[in-house]
Write a protein that binds this ligand. Structure first.
Ligand code: UD1
Ligand code: CA
Length: 463
C-alpha cells in the first residue's frame, strides 16, 4: 500500500525568537524537519510532502535535495487548512501520515506501530496520543464510555472538565487517503481560534460511520514539540542520550556520556573510548580501538583505527591508522595524515598531506604542503606558505629531516633524504641527500655574561 507523509511546517515559531524558521533549528546537528523526514522514511514511507509557509524560501532551499515535495500555505489558517493546501499533491489511495515538523524525537518504530495499529483496526483515521503530567496547551482526547475515541478538544475550546483529561493529541495521525481528501471540504472554523482544525476530522469520520481510533504510546518524550529554545535544549538532551546509548550498546566506551556531544550522523567503531567534553560533529567517522581523549572537537572528518587524539581540534580532515595527535593540535580543512604519523602538541596542519610514519612532534605549522614518508619535522618549523598576496605549496620528499626552527619559504622542494639544519631559512629547492645550513655565524665574547651579572648585583646592593 502506498504510504505518504504530510509534514506540517508552515507555522511561524514566534517563540523561538529567531531569524531562522523553526524547523531548520538543529537537534544534535540535524534540522528538526530532517529528523521527522528520516523517521517517516524509516517507517517505510514512499514519499514526504512538506507544507511550508513562514520562511518557505529558506526551508525549500535547505531541503532541495531531500527528495521531498512542497506545498505552500500563504496564510496559516490552521492545521486543517495546512492539509487543504496540499490536497492536490495527496494520493487518491493508500495511507497518509500527518506529522509535524517540530517534533524531532519521533521515531520510525513508533510510526510503524501507529501504521500497523491503523491497518489492524481498519480505521479511517487514527490519532497518536500520550499521557502528560501537565497537558496544558494540548488538544485533549475525549473518549466515550466504552473507551472509544469521540473527539479532540483544543485547550481554548475546552470546559473545565475536559481540561482535566491527561491524554493529549500528539498532532500526528494516520489517515486513509480517500477519506482524508474527500473530507477536507467539510472542515469549518467556528471555534475559539477561528482556525480550520485537522482534529475536526475525527468527528466528521464518526458522523459518517468511518472508524476513528486513538493509539496511545507510553513514551511521551517522542511527541515532544519544540516551541522555544528551552524546549530545543531539552530535545537536544534527550536526543543526545539516545545517540550515546546507541553507541554504547554498539561497543563504544564513554567515560561520561552526559558530557559527550555526538551528532546524529556520526559513526564510531567498536572498542573506541570517548573521553569527557568530546564533540563529534557532522559526517565524522571514527574507527575501532581509538582513544578520543577529553576536549576534542572533530568535525566532518574520517579517523582510522587505533588512533589516539588528545585535546585537539580536527576539521574536514582524514587520519590514518595508528596515528597519534595532540594534545592541542589543530588540523584545519584538508589535512590528510597517513598511518603511524605523529602530530604533537601545538602543531597546526592545513591543506597538507603527511605520509606514513612522519612526525611533527611539537610547535610547528604545516600549511599547503605534500610531506612524504618518515619525514621528521622539528620543533618550531614553519612552512611559510603566504607572501601576503598568494599562497604557495611546498613538497618534502620521503626520509627528509627538517631541523628545529627552520622556515621553508614556499614554494620549495626538499628531495629525498634532504637534511635541513636547525635554524635554517630555506628558500631554494634542496637536492636529494644534501644538507642545507643557513645560520648566521655566532661570536663568543668571553666574560661578557659575568660582567653583566656583576653590574646587576651592584645595582641591587646600592638600593
Ligand atoms: C495542534 C493540535 C493539538 C495538538 C498539538 C500538538 C490542532 C487544531 N491542534 O495544536 O490538538 O495537541 O498540535 O502539538 O490541530 N501548522 C501549519 N499551518 C497552520 C497551523 C499549523 O503548518 O496553519 C503546523 C505548525 O507549523 C506545526 C503544526 O502544524 O508544525 C502544529 O501547529 P501548532 O500551531 O503548534 O498547533 P497547536 O495549536 O499547538
Ligand atoms: Ca504546538
Amino acid at each position: 500500500m502506498r504510504k505518504t507523509a504530510l509534514i506540517l511546517a508552515a507555522g511561524q515559531g514566534t517563540r523561538m525568537k529567531s531569524k531562522t524558521p523553526k524547523v531548520l533549528h538543529k537537534v544534535c546537528g540535524k534540522e528538526m524537519l530532517a529528523c521527522v523526514i528520516d523517521a517517516a522514511g524509516g517507517a517505510g514511507i514512499d514519499e514526504s510532502i512538506v507544507v511550508i509557509g513562514h520562511g518557505a524560501g529558506q526551508v525549500r532551499e535547505h531541503f532541495e535535495d531531500a527528495g521531498v515535495r512542497f506545498a505552500v500555505q500563504e496564510h496559516q489558517l490552521g492545521t486543517g487548512h495546512a492539509v487543504m493546501v496540499a490536497q492536490d499533491l495527496l494520493p487518491e489511495e493508500g495511507l497518509v501520515l500527518v506529522l509535524c515538523g517540530d517534533t524531532p524525537l519521533i521515531t520510525a518504530e513508533t510510526l510503524e506501530r501507529l501504521i500497523a495499529f491503523h491497518e489492524r483496526e481498519k480505521n479511517g483515521v487514527t490519532v497518536l496520543t500520550a499521557r502528560m503530567e501537565d497537558p496544558f496547551g494540548y488538544g485533549r482526547i475525549v473518549r466515550g464510555e466504552a473507551g472509544g475515541l469521540r473527539k479532540i478538544v483544543e485547550e481554548k475550546d475546552a470546559d473545565p472538565e475536559t481540561k482535566e483529561i491527561d491524554e493529549i493529541n500528539s498532532g500526528m495521525y494516520c489517515f486513509e487517503a480517500g477519506f482524508l481528501k474527500k473530507s477536507l471540504s467539510k472542515l469549518t472554523n467556528d471555534n475559539a481560534q477561528q482556525e480550520y482544525y485537522i482534529t475536526q476530522l475525527i468527528e466528521i469520520a464518526l458522523a459518517e460511520g468511518v472508524k476513528a481510533g486513538a493509539f496511545l504510546i507510553p513514551n511521551n518524550e517522542e511527541i515532544m514539540g519544540v516551541n522555544n529554545r528551552v524546549q530545543l535544549s531539552e530535545a537536544e538532551a534527550l536526543m543526545r542520550e539516545r545517540i550515546n546509548r546507541y553507541h554504547m550498546l554498539e561497543g563504544v566506551t564513554f567515560v561520561d556520556p552526559k558530557t559527550a556531544f555526538i551528532d546524529a550522523g556520526v559513526k564510531i567503531g567498536r572498542d573506541t573510548r570517548i573521553g569527557p567534553g568530546v564533540i563529534l560533529r557532522g559526517k565524522t567517522v571514527i574507527g575501532e580501538d581509538c582513544e578520543i581523549g577529553h576536549n576534542c572537537r572533530i568535525e566532518d572528518s574520517v579517523i582510522g583505527n587505533n588512533v589516539t587524539i588528545q585535546s585537539s581540534t580536527i576539521l574536514e580532515s582524514t587520519v590514518g591508522d595508528e596515528t597519534t595527535i595532540g594534545p592541542c593540535a589543530y588540523l584545519r580543512p584538508h589535512a590528510h595524515l597517513g598511518r603511524k604519523v605523529k602530530i604533537g602538541d601545538f602543531v597546526e596542519v592545513k591543506n597538507a598531506n603527511i605520509g606514513d610514519g612522519s612526525k611533527a612532534s611539537h610547535l610547528a605549522y604545516i600549511g599547503d604542503a605534500d610531506v612524504g614518508r618518515d619525514v621528521n619535522i622539528g620543533c618550531g618549523v614553519v612552512f611559510v606558505n603566504y607572501d601576503g598576496i598568494n599562497k604557495f605549496r611546498s613538497v618534502v620528499e620521503d626520509d627528509a629531516f627538517i631541523g628545529s626552527n627552520s622556515n621553508l619559504i614556499a614554494p620549495v622542494h626538499v628531495e629525498q633524504q634532504g637534511y635541513i639544519a636547525a635554524g635554517t631559512t630555506v628558500s631554494r629547492d634542496v637536492p636529494e641527500g644534501s644538507l642545507v645550513v643557513g645560520r648566521p655565524k655566532e661570536r663568543v665574547i668571553p666574560t661578557w655574561g659575568a660582567r653583566k651579572y656583576n653590574q646587576k648585583k651592584e645595582k641591587k646592593n646600592a638600593k
